[in-house]
Design a binder for this molecule. Structure first.
Ligand SMILES: Nc1ncnc2c1ncn2[C@@H]1O[C@H](COP(=O)(O)OP(=O)(O)O)[C@@H](O)[C@H]1O
Ligand SMILES: N[C@@H](CCOP(=O)(O)O)C(=O)O
Length: 322
């Protein structure tokens, strides 16, 4: 359960006094999520999400995340909008944590996305990339190729305890990716964590994106590679090319992929698989048994990485003109 920080009635009352939202009618901790504390807040003016940023979020990055949500929403993308207090600020402190209220998004996330959801996602992702194109701030991706080895070093020697052979898999993939990571691809704001739990749907229509706290400046095609990993594999570990085709065709119809992006897709997909394998393995090994959050399974991403290591062309992902 992702409620790391409790808020007392007095703290909430003083916090809310800074906003034109009326008094609190109820506040409930949200069990879902991993990184931050989220509350569903009901006030006299409606429902909101109150987020307290926990240790993995660098406070210096918050103006980027808050500014990005404001920017994307102003361009018509459906995402939470930070609510400003009477002083014009969206970001302040609550219970010793940086905190922000954002608007509530309707919809639910889909546990088992189908082909139609993947097409909606592809279209939505391309729109997100277009909407972020003129966002003036930069945030380097600290979880791209340059960040993987230092992360691996924090649990090197313990990977085979998760699964026999993991150490060789990671070391081999790291060497290859560091030597051949694509450069010069079209770049801009990417979400970088667009898993199904961060995309809301109403019936089969995408109703919005949440959780922009890994967003950064990086190659657009890397965001696509993250989505192929997170949306297009089945529970048995197989890649569903029909889902991949739907995602890629819908993206390409909205934002044309360049030849360089298409050629880079297999390497980017390996990198995306390694990135989530590393963070999951790290979080599992360093897991505090007293914490409520259940670590995600790194072996799922080891399987995906092995699949991508055997892919030579984006055609294998379902891209028609690869
Ligand atoms: N703007 C929002 N509107 C509606 N629900 C939200 C919103 N933001 C977060 N939530 C709820 O909170 C949960 C956790 O949010 P998330 O941003 O993924 O947390 P974390 O950053 O801790 O992973 C979501 O699954 C969703 O149920
Ligand atoms: N999507 C990541 C973990 C981050 O969790 P989120 O709740 O912030 O999306 C993974 O699956 O490893």
């Amino acid at each position: 359960m992702a409620v790391y920080t409790d808020v007392t009635d007095e703290e909430l009352e003083a916090f809310l006094a800074e906003y034109p939202l009326g008094e609190a009618l109820s506040i409930k901790g949200i069990a879902e999520g991993v990184e931050n504390t989220n509350y569903l807040l009901h006030t006299e003016t409606g429902f909101y999400i109150l987020t307290l940023y926990e240790k993995r979020v660098n406070a210096g990055d918050l103006p980027f995340f808050i500014g990005l949500m404001e920017h994307l929403a102003a361009r018509g993308l459906k995402c939470p909008v930070p609510v400003k207090g009477r002083d014009g600020q969206a970001l302040r402190t609550l219970a010793g944590r940086p905190a922000c209220i954002v608007t509530f998004l309707d919809g639910v996330w889909v546990r088992r996305p189908g082909v139609t959801h993947c097409a909606e996602l592809g279209r939505g992702l391309a729109r997100l990339h277009h909407a972020g194109a003129d966002f003036p701030m930069d945030r380097p991706n600290d979880l791209s190729v340059g960040g993987w080895r230092p992360l691996y070093d924090r649990f090197r020697g313990r990977a085979d305890g998760i699964e026999q052979g993991l150490e060789d898999l990671i070391a081999g993939a790291l060497d290859r990716l560091e030597a051949g990571w694509p450069q010069g691809l079209p770049t801009g704001v990417i979400h970088a964590d667009l898993f199904p739990d961060n995309v809301f749907f109403v019936k089969e229509k995408l109703s919005g994106f949440i959780d922009f706290y890994f967003a950064c400046t990086d190659a657009f095609a890397y965001d696509i590679a993250i989505c192929l990993n997170a949306w297009c594999f089945e529970a048995d570990g197989s890649y569903n090319v029909t889902k991949g085709r739907a995602l890629l065709a819908a993206y390409d119809a909205e934002r044309k992929l360049s030849a360089a992006e298409i050629a880079a897709l297999p390497v980017l997909a390996r990198g995306a698989a390694l990135r989530f394998l590393l963070t999951r393995a790290h979080d599992l090994i360093h897991h505090d048994p007293a914490a409520f959050v259940r670590p995600k399974d790194p072996r799922e991403y080891a399987r995906k990485l092995r699949f991508h290591l055997g892919v030579e062309s984006a055609a294998a992902y379902g891209l028609e003109h690869a």
